[in-house]
Design a binder for this molecule. Structure first.
Ligand SMILES: Nc1nc2c(ncn2[C@@H]2O[C@H](COP(=O)(O)OP(=O)(O)OP(=O)(O)O)[C@@H](O)[C@H]2O)c(=O)[nH]1
Ligand SMILES: [Mg+2]
Length: 325
């Protein structure tokens, strides 16, 4: 499932430090020679790929990403300290476009580093200008201005598994419990209007899409436009609420029917049924539900978002299924 999320940010590399005019002082000789050092180079700005889809949201509040400025040159011909480089962490799958130059950088693997802005060069101190024709140079130059630009980051993520099910089945609640996502949860239908993403501890990405209803494949409700995204996932996590065990088969089949009508191989995908809200029913009802749905699938898991132990078990079970080819 490929979802595009987008942020914009402004970044500036570091200014070069200025060159300085200094003189060597020796006993009896006040201006023994030019000794002004060059300025330090300004820091560069890099982007670095990390396995963390939620980092984009944290960057949204940052007004400006700035690398360190180089320091001015010093006496005794010493060069100024270079400015600190800045690394901006972005999720794997980020496509970064410089709005001015239109240069595009793509982060495709964990830890990948790309330079996006160059720091300014340091200026020249007076020692640099020393020559036989210029034994007491008074010149120095200022540091160079750094590169600066606006950037657009688009996230083209392929989710490994999609959470599907009727409205209110508990998809967003489960995404939040399994990952560090903060999807909106509500006791009414169609709480989710746009897809949400989250990453399991091992890095696998789950996508929570709006609830599907009968007729979704023909455009009813909201889920239909997201069905196309489910096409690219490896696995479907089909959530079925235990709240109404009597209707559980009908509910399950209504979603299967929509997947079938949509075509595109959705029904051929590996499907894991997840019985949700176990805390609302007794073990007898869970057994009953397993028996009813057992004729449709052999892989049935259960969970309650109120039970941490069940969340941990489910997280491991999903990771295991995504890892096995
Ligand atoms: N008791 C209990 N309530 C749950 C559990 N999981 C979800 N809920 C509740 O069920 C309701 C629906 O949860 P959501 O996570 O918004 O469901 P959804 O499937 O994302 O719904 P849509 O986005 O509308 O499709 C909310 O009131 C949740 O608090 C659970 O394990 N136990
Ligand atoms: Mg939801």
């Amino acid at each position: 499932m490929a979802f595009i999320d987008e942020i914009q940010f402004h970044a500036r590399a570091g200014e070069g430090g200025g060159g300085v005019v200094r003189w060597r002082h020796e006993k009896g000789k006040e201006f023994a020679g030019a000794a002004g050092g060059n300025g330090g180079k300004g820091g560069d700005v890099f982007v670095r790929a990390v396995r963390d889809v939620n980092i984009l949201a944290r960057h949204k509040a940052v007004k400006l990403f700035a690398a360190g400025n180089g320091e001015d040159g010093q006496n005794w011909s010493r060069q100024g300290r270079a400015g600190d480089d800045l690394y901006i962490d972005l999720p794997i799958g980020s496509i970064i476009t410089n709005s001015e130059t239109k240069r595009v950088v793509e982060l495709v693997e964990d830890g990948q580093i790309e330079k996006i802005l160059h720091g300014g060069r340091g200026g020249l101190g007076n020692e640099y200008f020393k020559a036989s024709t210029n034994v007491r140079p008074e010149q120095s130059t200022g540091g160079m201005q750094p590169e600066e630009a606006g950037f657009i980051v688009e996230l083209d993520l392929i989710a490994d598994a999609g959470l599907i099910g009727l409205p209110n089945a508990g998809k967003s609640s489960l995404l939040n419990a399994l990952t560090s996502a903060h999807a909106k949860v509500g006791s009414y239908q169609f709480t989710t209007l746009d897809p949400n993403l989250g990453a399991l501890p091992g890095g696998y990405i789950l996508a929570d899409i709006p609830g599907l209803i009968e007729g979704a494949s023909e455009g009813k409700g909201l889920g239909h436009k997201f069905l196309k995204h489910v096409k690219r996932t490896k696995m479907l996590l089909h959530l079925v609420s235990l709240e109404d065990v009597a209707a559980i088969e009908k509910n399950y089949l209504s979603i299967r029917k929509e997947l079938e009508k949509y075509g595109n191989g959705l029904t051929d995908k590996k499907e894991v049924i997840i019985l949700t809200k176990t805390d609302l029913v007794d073990t007898k009802a869970i057994k009953e539900a397993r028996k009813i749905l057992g004729s449709h699938s052999k892989d049935i898991l259960e969970v309650s978002v109120l039970d941490d132990e069940s969340i941990k078990k489910l997280s491991e079970a999903i990771t295991e299924r995504l890892t096995v080819k």
